[in-house]
Design a protein around this ligand. Structure first.
Ligand SMILES: [Zn+2]
Length: 107
């Protein structure tokens, strides 16, 4: 009889503990679901990521800015078609044009 009472008390304690922990267990399961979903999305995104990268960007020809001397890829350079001169930015182009203008007025 004594053992039966102890057993009932123990099972009551376990039931109480389970009811207390149930929200936490549900939350943990939801977090796990989110992680699983995120991993699935990552796996789906990886092939697209490699395709989005521009191919062979390092093989591009480098050109020399006539104003500041910086080297830059030909696709990003400003090329003056009249003289075939290369500039890295509009600033350099304007500076070179200003220098040419000054030389013209000095002579
Ligand atoms: Zn420059």
């Amino acid at each position: 009889m004594k053992y039966l009472i102890i057993l009932i008390i123990l099972s009551f304690c376990f039931a109480l503990l389970y009811l207390r922990l149930r929200p936490y267990i549900a939350t943990a399961r939801r977090i796990l679901d989110v992680f699983r979903e995120a991993r699935r999305l990552n796996v789906n995104l990886k092939p697209n990521d490699t395709q989005a990268r521009p191919p062979a960007a390092t093989n591009e020809r480098l050109v020399h800015c006539a104003a500041c001397g910086a080297w830059l890829p030909a696709s990003r350079a400003l090329v003056l078609r009249a003289t075939n001169t290369v500039y890295c930015s509009p600033d350099c182009l304007e500076r070179a044009a200003g220098q040419a203008e000054n030389r013209k007025t000095a002579n």
